[in-house]
Design a protein around this ligand. Sequence first.
Ligand code: HEM
Ligand SMILES: *[C@@H]1O[C@H](CO)[C@@H](O)[C@H](O)[C@H]1NC(C)=O
Length: 331
Amino acid sequence: MEIKSIKSQTFIAFSFIILFFVASASAQALRQNFYQNVCPNVESLVRSAVQKKFQQTFVTAPATLRLFFHDCFVRGCDASVLIASGNNQAEKDHPDDISLAGDGFDTVIKAKAAVDSDPKCRNKVSCADILALATRDVVALAGGPSYKVELGRRDGRISTIASVQHNLPRPDFSLDQLNNMFARHGLTQPDMIALSGAHTIGFSHCSKFSKRIYNFNPKSRIDPTLNRNYVFQLRQMCPLRVDSRIAINMDPTTPQTFDNAYYKNLQQGRGLFVSDQVLFSDQRSRGTVNLFASNNTAFIKAFVIAITKLGRVGVKTGRQGEIRIDCTRPN
Ligand code: HEM
Ligand SMILES: *[C@@H]1O[C@H](CO)[C@@H](O)[C@H](O)[C@H]1NC(C)=O
């Protein structure tokens, strides 16, 4: 009798706990048709603005894709990276964000203006969602997949240099460091490998890998995991004492196409950063690299799953945050 009542009490308590979790989870969740009633044309408004910008310069694609990644890993996907600094203390002032190309910021500003040109939509769509949509559009424009984007993110009000520290991966990271950092953001090793495929488009400054191609000192020798011919090619493009503004294609084969060439390059020792090449040199990740290299469909499938998960990282929803009127400053 007594046991039975304890059992039913526990059952009721458990039901409430589960109910609570289900309710709070659904209140927090993003969804594809979030703006259906408020701004039904949001997708086409963003797409045409992004398309126009992409036709002006290809950098639009890599710049926007990288901007989305850096936004999501720091304070969640809340457009905090877009906030302008009065005193050089914003996210975008951190050394890891300084090299974010201006065309990514410009893409969001232009897409936001396009959205706001529709009176129905004015100041109804968050900058964080506009960045997520623009990212999908640039991936598709560069020849990658077009996928459904979950929406309903709210914009954050805070952007600080300090929050960037220890939240973005560095190009000299080991596999364990990469896995730890991605795991902290809810992403698995396959997610991390698929997202690294973003390096199939875009540019890197020579300083990010020069240690790998020169024998600077006994502690910094040419990286033995690098393809010898690639080392010589890189040295030609990045001579010593080179202008620090020089940037080169990260994918030497198809630099303007979003495809699985990145993984084929890794198989040949043509990964530009330590953090790229390690995905092939380390036994624990090599299998996934080989799979993505041999099967573009498998890569695309994994990329869509991973970027959708990336888009959920630390999001603000419901009454959290705000809908920013100007993407470069909190209301
Ligand atoms: C896995 C760890 C990663 C590391 C260590 C890393 C590091 C870097 C570095 C050092 C650059 C060159 C920046 C410069 O010199 O201007 C770069 C560029 C880039 N990264 Fe990553 N990245 C990583 C993951 C990602 C992810 C997950 C994405 C997106 C999903 C991404 C997208 C890009 C793009 C598109 C560029 C080219 C940017 C441009 O051309 O403007 N990266 N990354
Ligand atoms: C490639 O990957 C896709 C998606 O995972 C799978 O359906 C397909 O069977 C694979 N193709 C080959 C040739 O293995």
